[in-house]
Design a protein around this ligand. Structure first.
Ligand SMILES: Nc1ncnc2c1ncn2[C@@H]1O[C@H](COP(=O)(O)OP(=O)(O)O)[C@@H](O)[C@H]1O
Ligand SMILES: Cc1ncc(COP(=O)(O)OP(=O)(O)O)c(N)n1
Length: 281
């Protein structure tokens, strides 16, 4: 009997349900994998912003990680909001202790409304302890700039930033383009330590319903990896998933609303050929 692939998200809770643990578990469910979770922080958050952050203690994070590691067979995992250096260290230690592979690190730093989801002193901890364990790192443009100190203004500086992130020990990186300036396209740039690069391009959707795009994208990659999909194809599926989720809005809340996690499976946009992803190798 084939078992459902088991996945893990290590991230913060978003009470509004659009990002964080909630987005990840919805994505896992939609893509047909079993989702487990370790909560690093509880945020009081809705579509208009983050009102408060309550980080979990390092001990409680360790206990959650141990509960998962001692019982589940995790085929792929992702990290999101890790908040402080202690939580990062516990996370890295558990990944090594339990031999978890196929780690997707979403280096979450700042929420759309401007709230800081990672302490300044945790950026170094992320680089030292977590990036060397990553199969894939998925920064958005501001996060890639913060990790590298390189201003991303064009494709050459984007490539340089990607190289710099790989030099921190990650096996591969995709710099997501949601924050890019191109009004026509949203481009995600992938670079592997072998030197292979891929550009994933979709049409840019004009919408306010973008809360949690990064979490959802990384969770979709992890889900596909757990099912055995090859990395570059998993990224393409994740891009299709987010394109569908943005294309068919839910119109929930008065601010940056959540994306529609059910749209991909419901075959509502991309899979009808309405909006396909272009891949440039
Ligand atoms: N308006 C948009 N139209 C199409 N794709 C988008 C849009 N905004 C973000 N994306 C896609 O969503 C994913 C997450 O990107 P991004 O928004 O940069 O991440 P984050 O949420 O971490 O800031 C990427 O695949 C990106 O290309
Ligand atoms: C609890 C929590 N985790 C992560 C985020 C940021 O998610 P992201 O996907 O980067 O989406 P936006 O903040 O850009 O909408 C969050 N807000 N809360």
């Amino acid at each position: 009997m084939t078992k459902t692939p088991q996945t893990l998200t290590i991230a913060g809770s978003d009470s509004g349900g659009g990002a964080g643990i909630q987005a990840d578990l919805k994505t896992f469910q939609e893509l047909g994998v079993y989702g487990t979770s370790v909560i690093t922080a509880v945020t009081a958050q809705n579509t208009t912003g983050v009102a408060a952050i309550y980080p979990m203690s390092a001990e409680s994070v360790r206990e959650q990680l141990t509960a998962i590691g001692s019982d589940f067979e995790i085929s792929a995992l992702k990290t999101g909001m890790l908040f402080d250096p202690e939580i990062i260290k516990e996370t890295a230690a558990a990944i090594q202790q339990f031999g978890w592979n196929k780690l997707v690190v979403d280096p979450v730093m700042i929420a759309k409304g401007g709230a800081s989801l990672l302490q300044q002193e945790a950026v170094e901890a992320l680089k030292i302890h977590l990036l060397p364990l990553a199969f894939l790192v998925t920064p958005n443009i501001p996060e890639a700039q913060a990790l590298t100190g390189i201003a991303i203004t064009d494709s050459a500086s984007r490539h340089l930033a990607a190289q710099r992130i790989l030099s921190m020990g990650a096996e591969s990186v995709v710099i997501k383009g949601g924050h890019g300036k191109d009004p026509k396209y949203a481009e995600d740039y992938f670079l592997h330590s072998s030197g292979e690069s891929v550009l994933y391009r979709s049409s840019r959707i004009a919408t306010m319903q973008t809360h949690g795009t990064g979490c959802t994208f990384a969770a979709a990659v992890a889900a596909q990896l757990a099912k055995g999909e090859e990395l570059q194809n998993a990224i393409c599926t994740a891009k299709e998933f987010i394109q569908a989720a943005l294309r068919v809005p839910l119109n929930i809340g008065s601010g940056h609303g959540p994306t529609n996690h059910a749209a991909y499976k419901a075959d509502l946009a991309v899979k009808r050929g309405v909006d396909s992803i272009e891949v440039f190798r």
